[in-house]
Design a protein around this ligand. Sequence first.
Ligand code: AMP
Ligand code: ZN
Length: 449
Amino acid sequence: MIQIKLHNTKTRRREPFAPADPAHVKLYVCGPTVYDRAHLGNARTVVVFDTLVRLLRHLFPRVTYVRNITDIDDKINARAAETGEPIGEITARTTSWFHNDMAALYCTPPDIEPRATGHIGDIIALIERLIARGHAYAAEGHVLFAVATDAQYGKFSGRSPEELLAGARVDVATYKRDPGDFVLWKPSPPDLPGWDSPWGSGRPGWHIECSAMIHATLGETIDIHGGGADLIFPHHENEIAQSCCAFPGSELARVWVHAGMLQVNGQKMSKSLGNFRTVQDVLGEAPGEAVRFLLLKTQYRGVLDFSTAALAEAKRELDRFYRALEKHADPAPAATPPAAFIEALADDLNTPGAIAELHALADAAMQGNAASAASLRAAGELIGIFNQTAGQWFRGDVADDARIDALIAERLAARRNKDFARADAIRAELAAAGILLEDGPGGTIWRRA
Ligand code: AMP
Ligand code: ZN
């Protein structure tokens, strides 16, 4: 069997990957905070882990992929205060946008998608456990994690105690014993979402949500924990502190995988810098497959600079692959992708190396080798490209089923949110592409006109 190697942030080394139970790989990835549309940077992380999951599923009999939805957060509350829209509507709509956008990039849904609001009981129980073990304290309606009680704190992200102190905010809240202590629970005024707790009506901090959801869905020690590299500190450092102090002897995750940042003109793409392009917006410019392919052309740990020119180039490369498939009348995929392709992916998800194999297969197919065309299709499908026939690709129909289903789901969500203008716009967009919708008691079905 091919051996996967992954760079483990915890050991700062590339290591052979061996799940605790070879029959069942357990993986958790930090998901979105749902208050706004996903941008391409968010999408990069999702596409990277979707590709890792596809590889794991190819090599292991069972994989459980958990990705959460953070639907309690100050940013969500701030958005509701700004727009006057109820929080539940903001989070429901943003979650359905996220699902549709990721489906349009051919990301398979996680097996379990816990929402923070669905795990308040688990979060409170975890906080009580930390208090009972002397790692957390209640003060003025807040509960804080006492970093001084965890000798390991800072090791994961490689921060020294001085650096940790320097990082803590200047005007330290009076209820903190140590400036580095972080919030597990905070009080909620009546106008904000709050839940009854032993510390009064309040809401959880962000970090404890993930620790509780991991424990509830996968247990004490999982195989792989993933997220963007910007989450290493403080989010993942804090997740480790909480989980390992609550469950001594556990590790939280044996391997930590972090995706590099997507940049624009040398700067991280982010909401706060305003330099972001939403997935939805970019999908108006190129097919989902081209966006996905662009995100995979750079190895996941590297910095990826997004540009319209790079997106157009990714689309041209896919054109070339589809021409090679077309030459062989769109062959069925080979039973399994070539070993060299899998080996490249297994080598710390070396997608550029794997894509070089695709080019070699396309060359051979163009020179008449039918087996190479079948291998090309099998290899591409493994990383989530070739979701359509060459004919569909070159016609540029909206056209592939996943995109249609995504738009229908978005239309449904829009109608639920009484955004009838958006719902009608989606119906019109699909009609223009020759897709007719029929609403019935069992939901919406579609057919080609
Ligand atoms: P957020 O909704 O901001 O909590 O981010 C959700 C996920 O997107 C996290 O895993 C982040 O690490 C990731 N992320 C945010 N910005 C970028 C970026 N520019 N490049 C790659 N990943 C990002
Ligand atoms: Zn998390």
